[in-house]
Design a protein around this ligand. Sequence first.
Ligand SMILES: [Zn+2]
Length: 451
Amino acid sequence: MARSLAIAGLLAATLAAQPAPSGAVLYQNARLIPGDGSPAIERSALLVEGGRIARVGSAGSVTAPAGAARVDLTGKTIMPALIGTHVHPGFQRGLSYVAANFTRDTVIEDLNRALFFGVAAVLSHGIEAGDVLYQVRADQQAGRLGGARLLVAGRGIGAPNAGPGGATYAGIAYEITTEPEARRSVEELAARQVDIVKIWVDDRNGRAPKLPPALYRAVIDEAHQRGLRVSAHVFYHDDAVDLVAAGVDAFAHLVRDKEMDDALVAAIVKKNVYVMGNLTTPLRPTYPSLPPWLTAGDPMMTLLTASVPAAVVARMQAYYAKRDPKSVEGARQRYGILQRSLARLSKAGAKVVLGADTGLEDHFFGFAEQLELQAMVDAGLTPAQGIVAATSRAAEFLHLADAGALQPGKRADFLVLDANPLDDITNTRRISRLVINGATIDRASLVAQYR
Ligand SMILES: [Zn+2]
């Protein structure tokens, strides 16, 4: 056991950050989706130098320096790498999903798998024990470690037993009952330089007390005073209304007791609250039988089988072997509420971002983001809107000024796809090449050890 862990650690350590290549590379003739909402360039030229995007334009309009390498991408599509804004790394290792898995190696596995699926940055959302994630973030920032870029929320904040549900997460969140505790929690998180503060406002189906308004107001006030923002897990419509009034900065979920009404949607738009759809965990029980993405030959299955153990894929498929029509119908009704809320938000101009509760059991890094993007488009976003939510707007939310769009000065983090995702959003899974920091990544080597 100790020996195999040591070997896994050694392999993980070899997946270091890729230094930016020194030479210039001109990628020519691909369709290019900038990710910032501007139209695609049908025959493009993209010049990359020193890991950054130097110029973007139509083929022929961009001159490359002498000696630049040229890559012909005729027939391909370039878009920014994806960004996931709601992940929980560290809990799953093969078939097991337990607190003891929460180690540096497991976190690195998740971040490598994210990158394999085309996800270049992720924000962990508050189920974070000890120092592991802080150390991974620091090592990435120092260039000592690769994988998808990790941002952290540290320990999230909830009422006693009303934080993350399930024994796996027990004891991780702050459990507060007074305003001084609320402020002290935020003070500690600020000292660790978290990227956001996560709160849970939910009674967990009547099982626990909800975080009271006075306490979440104290958290939000203390966070804002310290230059931090607050993302709320929410369940009930009434709580969402009050959280917007209290100044919350993001919703980590849609409300689930009913469809968001016009007043709530308008308030979210007016106050620039970012919203994660988080459609995919509730999506999965809506299928009466095996979904296309778990069927042999589907691009998602190809990615899954290349990156997770066969026994896990078999477990994911076995779930669909015998579905009860009643529970499928119930799941569909609950799911319809979410779809309609997301469509309303998008139509009203809310800042929708890609967030998938990635890292719950069998909800793998990268897989979850790819599925969420499809779910957002199925709910009513156009593919172009889905791509913005998954790239430039997610980067804006995460304050990653160098990511999320193919514009001069940004990091050269992009996907080369075999087919156009504006025609069919699932084409984001047909990854022909992944470029991170200007370097083409050997994707297979990121995940070979995890199958
Ligand atoms: Zn979550």
